[in-house]
Design a protein around this ligand. Sequence first.
Ligand code: NOJ
Length: 478
Amino acid sequence: MIHQRLSSFPPNFLWGAASAAYQVEGAWNADGKGLSVWDVFTKIPGKTFKGSNGDVAVDHYHRFKEDIALMGDMGLKAYRFSVSWPRVYPRGRGEINEAGLRFYSALIDELLSHDIEPILTLYHWDVPQALMEEYGAWESRRIIEDFDNYCVTLYRRFGDRVRYWVSLNEQNYNLHHGFITSLHPPGVKDRKRFYEANHIAFLANARAIESFRQYVPTGSIGPSFAYSPAYPLTSHPDDVLACDNAEAFTNEWWLDVYCWGKYPQVPLRYLCERGLGPTIQEGDLELLQRGRPDFLGVNYYQTLTYEANPLDGVSEGTMNTTGQKGSGQETGIPGLYRTTRNPHVTTSNWDWAIDPVGLRVGLRRVTSRYRLPILITENGLGEFDVLDSDDTVNDEHRIAYLRSHVEQCRLAVTDGIDLIGYCVWSFTDVLSWLNGYQKRYGLVYVNRDETDQRDLRRARKRSFYWYRDLIRTNGQNM
Ligand code: NOJ
């Protein structure tokens, strides 16, 4: 679709930037915080790049005022952050840690005093270690109650000041790595356990949304989904079918449940016939129906391209966590699909496809299917950055990435997509989970690396000024 004239972004568009507690806060054991699974997992030798962890991260816990002042200077309209569950409930439930709540309360007030809309993520992967030890966290239905209790605490305390809430962040990505590749905690490789835990996470998500209606009736809530739209490598019908399989198993499996409250039929039958399907108890489907969101949060980084995969074909690949281009390997499910390189797009040093048009494709697909407003909860480029002697970073590569994606957002708005906001991942550089600190996403550079915390100084990158100008003109000046 080629448009002669482009629509403008809506007047109250949420130009934002995002972060997550474990990736920025540090203060891993300060002021009564309990352990999360990541506090423990990252200490196991060999799990992360150069053994990096979030003990200090970028010390946002102690520097949030400085960071928010930078956001104010940028003219940011929204800041998406996550609350660390074990900072609020050190043991997952029971006694509240008031000091933890005070931190988030002060953070929210500071944002509001700079006219920045807080977007609060309830869960960004840091489940309390206590619940992992007690009952296996997402593997037990007991978590539904505990998660709801934690969420209700936040609704009660912050529901008067926070209008936008994100429920579970990238449930698909996090549990895939927790139970299929074993790269995330709990480090398991078991498809049956994956689908069971994932079902319980759906129920917890729905229950938290159901409670939200009661406690924050005027607010908006939705999950943030790691969305990689599927492409077929060729028009060979077998590749098209493989792509269809991938779309159903890697996207619709989550999106249909979030937005419609039901599993897609074809993958459900396939999994049940193989004894892999989730255990659906009485009342589950009704709960999923009641827990539908107000908007869909989309974390978009790349499309994935698929081709047919025979029954004796590829299953496990490896992930590039070092930035050595080409070190990642293709992966797949025999008989369903395998990933392959798309010859029409370039890739980052971490082998992620750079495909801005894919964002427009994805926004159109989910709008056609679900008809919900969309908040882009994450989009950004993870790359090496160099701090120059004058304390700036010439991240033209990031500006090019962001510009091309914002352009596609504008085209999507012109197509008729109800897009309510766009959050750059990330505001400052962060700990990139398995990839250490060298895979940088920030608009603001943080002076540290995996082994040396240096002075944690903040330095505005070129992209900071580019985004500032974009926000000032509501997306006109790209
Ligand atoms: C999505 C996750 O939500 C975020 O935590 C992560 O750092 C980015 N992807 C980049 O990989």
